[in-house]
Design a protein around this ligand. Structure first.
Ligand code: NDP
Length: 327
């Protein structure tokens, strides 16, 4: 028997409840994992509250992330006792996910725990942190270097934003952080942000081109803010877009692309190929300052996930929330 957060539908509404289940209820997969930690991402919030059409099959165990130990494996790549981490691949959306004490998964989805990293740290990073690293890699591939000038991060006090700020600052970039929560200033400066930019000022509709401010940017919110970021990006700069916390529209023009040679790079962590994932995890083990993680992450138990899901959808969660199965 094991505990799991289970989503069901009643009268068209999503209900979330912690239940005790039999192992035989788990879906098919080659590897049975004892989950030590999961984490709460924006997408989990949408799934658990039923706000977004993330889950179509019920019952569903949410949790796009998990870290734990292999209990049984029918795949020779894994043996009992191996420490593993999983993010994405539709887990917690189409296949039962990490918010449970046990999960049965495809071997191809699992990444061996990076050297020197433990399960708790891996979940403080989670999908949000992996995405942040993939965004940093996209900026580097666009030619960005620490001396190039200010780099902007939007939705900075959220999960992807916080980890992005910490990685960029650790690598020596001058990080400017956009937030709608001025009370997070000390936190963001603690992660290494050199300046704060109000969300309100970035949400004003931009002209086709604005003054050149950013050598590069990581955008987690989309919509008018991303349009403004593009209009303010310096000649030859790269913008990595990964999120839609403000909306999925992009009310922009071609001007930043054709007159300023700006590159807009989309970033997806869900279907990201294994080799790039492994590269990103290795980079996270090396480039994300350990002290920053202590600031970014805090733990909750499975029983608290429902409340936190509502809070993350409302943009009220700071940093990363990890779900500790032993609590
Ligand atoms: P969080 O809720 O932790 O962070 C989002 C942040 O965005 C908030 O903390 C807030 O930051 C800001 N924000 C919220 N609402 C608005 C708004 N209406 N307008 C402007 N800013 C807003 O979520 P995550 O960090 O987990 O995810 C961020 C985004 O990235 C989500 O859209 C998510 O779906 C996406 N994502 C995409 C992935 C991919 O593979 N492409 C993977 C992971 C996440 P502040 O208070 O500082 O303003």
């Amino acid at each position: 028997m094991f505990r799991a957060l289970v989503l069901d539908q009643q009268d068209g509404k999503t209900q979330a409840q912690v239940r005790t289940l039999e192992e035989s209820a788990l879906p098919e997969g080659e590897v049975l994992v004892a989950v030590d930690y999961s984490s709460l991402n924006f997408k989990d919030g949408l799934a658990i509250t039923g706000t977004g059409k993330i889950v179509n099959q019920f019952p569903m165990v949410p949790g796009v992330d998990l870290a734990g130990r292999v209990l049984e494996s029918a795949d020779e790549a894994f043996s009992p006792g191996d420490a593993v981490v999983l993010t994405g691949w539709g887990v917690g959306e189409r296949h039962w996910g990490g918010m449970a004490e046990k999960a049965r998964l495809k071997a191809d989805w699992l990444v061996p725990m990076p050297q020197g990293m433990d399960a708790r740290t891996a979940m403080m990073i989670g999908t949000a942190g992996l995405t942040a690293m993939l965004c940093v890699m996209a900026l580097e591939e666009g030619g960005l270097t620490p001396g190039a000038g200010p780099v902007l991060v939007t939705g900075a006090a959220g999960g992807v934003g916080s980890v992005s700020v910490a990685i960029l600052a650790g690598l020596g970039y001058e990080v400017h952080a956009v937030t709608g929560r001025p009370e997070t200033e000390a936190y963001l400066r603690g992660l290494g942000a050199q300046a704060l930019v109000s969300r309100e000022s970035m949400a004003a509709k931009p002209r086709a081109l604005e003054g050149q401010r950013w050598a590069g940017a990581i955008d987690t919110v989309g919509d008018t803010i991303l349009a403004r970021v593009l209009a303010e990006t310096c000649y030859g700069g790269t913008v990595a877009a990964c999120g839609l916390a403000a909306g999925f529209s992009l009310p922009t023009t071609v001007m930043p692309f054709i007159l300023r040679n700006v590159r807009l790079q989309g970033v997806d962590s869900v279907m990201c190929p294994l080799s790039r994932r492994q590269q990103a995890w290795q980079r996270l083990a090396r480039d994300l300052p350990a002290a920053a993680l202590g600031e970014i992450g805090h733990s909750i138990g499975l029983d608290e996930v429902r409340d936190y899901a509502q809070r993350i959808v409302e943009g009220q969660v700071r940093g990363r929330v990890i779900v500790d199965m032993s609590r």
